[in-house]
Design a binder for this molecule. Structure first.
Ligand SMILES: Cc1cc2nc3c(=O)[nH]c(=O)nc-3n(C[C@H](O)[C@H](O)[C@H](O)COP(=O)(O)OP(=O)(O)OC[C@H]3O[C@@H](n4cnc5c(N)ncnc54)[C@H](O)[C@@H]3O)c2cc1C
Length: 334
């Protein structure tokens, strides 16, 4: 199969699938490579599984509400293995939907492989020369996470969806929306949650009033939130982890989760060879990229916000195609 496309998409997440779909609908010849699972971060290890956990965690509050309205209800316990089985069945179903969307359009080739540039542009190559064997890619842990989470026994949000059992207690490190959402979810599911954030207030960059209100509500709901606090020392203690903190506390937790940032998977792709300058932690610099090398997604230096629309079709991918490939299907073809 010759490598001759109007648009070559690396990554079958929200941005990539949208870009490929919209460009192909506009008549462009499109190829897409995905190294892990179709649907990407949002569907497989982000918004969707998290949202299902949010729904699960809200029932205790609803049961309380029902009691206030005169119902006699008994909550019973939360069956994590039963929930987890259904959660993963739903993710499998959604991944199938993404595969179908990609597979059923003319002029599109989909490949389950990691893309890495091996030859200069302009030389025709075959699939095996352009792609490496598929292996789980997604987003590497950020360097800080790899050191503290992987190296010292902590977990990340990716791991939460695969736990064999819910921990009795957890320390969550971080103050971004992912740290705060998981603090709320796990607290709702009955886990004793402690959260450390090194800054003065959680949710940096969000509306000031909302930040204060959310942190008050989290504390009221039962999350032990420690601001201006970080881990000083951490080591194994039985089945859990003993943590000494900068605020002078020392405690054993069943799990320690680091929600301290993700690193884009841009290493070994040959980006430097085509003039893409990578910044801190391998992030691309958005505007400086040329159209043919434009990167979509978490590689951009942008701050992700929860509650943005349409995990099945990222508008950034749409914009790329609208501005480029879809309107000028012949642009850049030699
Ligand atoms: C826990 C969590 C919760 C979130 N909740 C929300 C939310 O509620 N609302 C919201 O708007 N956003 C949320 N986000 C952010 C959202 O998931 C991301 O912004 C979005 O998924 C980014 O989509 P993308 O297509 O740009 O990248 P991704 O979905 O990460 O897709 C990139 C894909 O590229 C593949 N890939 C990487 N390198 C290669 C290669 N060389 N070759 C082939 N394939 C490759 C990866 O395997 C991956 O599938 C959340 C994120 C997380 C982690």
């Amino acid at each position: 199969m010759a490598f001759d496309y109007d648009l070559f998409v690396i990554g079958g997440g929200s941005g990539g699938v949208r870009a490929a779909r919209v460009a192909a609908q506009g008549g462009a010849r499109v190829a897409l490579a995905e190294a892990d699972r179709y649907g990407g971060t949002c569907v497989i290890r982000g918004c969707v599984p998290k949202k299902l956990m949010v729904f699960a965690s809200e029932y205790p509050g609803q049961i309380e509400d029902a009691r206030s309205y005169g119902w006699t209800v008994h909550a019973g316990g939360f069956d994590w293995p039963a929930f987890k089985t259904k959660l993963h069945a739903e993710l499998d179903r959604l991944e199938g939907v993404y595969r179908n969307i990609l597979g059923h359009q003319r002029g599109r080739h989909v490949r389950s492989a990691r893309a890495a540039r091996r030859r200069p542009y302009g030389r025709a190559g075959k699939w095996p020369e352009i792609f490496r064997k598929a292996h789980p890619a997604g987003h590497r842990r950020a360097p800080g996470q790899a050191r503290s989470a992987g190296g010292r026994g902590g977990i990340t949000s990716d791991d939460i969806f695969h736990l064999d059992e819910l921990p009795g207690s957890i320390l969550i490190v971080g103050g971004g929306y992912i740290a705060c959402e998981f603090a709320g979810i796990l607290n709702g599911l009955g886990v004793q949650v402690t959260q450390f954030y090194r800054g003065a207030q959680i949710l940096r960059g969000f509306d000031g009033e909302a930040r204060g209100l959310i942190s008050e509500e989290m504390i009221r709901a039962g999350v032990a939130l420690h601001l201006g606090t970080d881990i000083l020392e951490m080591g194994p203690a039985g089945d859990g982890w003993r943590v000494k903190a900068t605020n002078g506390t020392e405690r054993v937790y069943d799990k320690v989760m680091f929600a301290t940032g993700r690193a884009p998977n841009t290493a070994d792709m040959g980006l430097a060879e085509v003039g893409v300058r990578l910044g801190r932690r391998g992030r691309g610099g958005g505007r400086r990229l040329q159209p043919v090398e434009r990167a979509i997604g978490l590689c951009h230096r942008r701050r992700d916000r929860p509650g943005q629309p349409d995990p099945g079709g990222d508008p950034r991918g749409h914009g790329l195609c609208r501005d480029g490939v879809q309107c000028q299907p012949d642009a850049g073809r030699s």
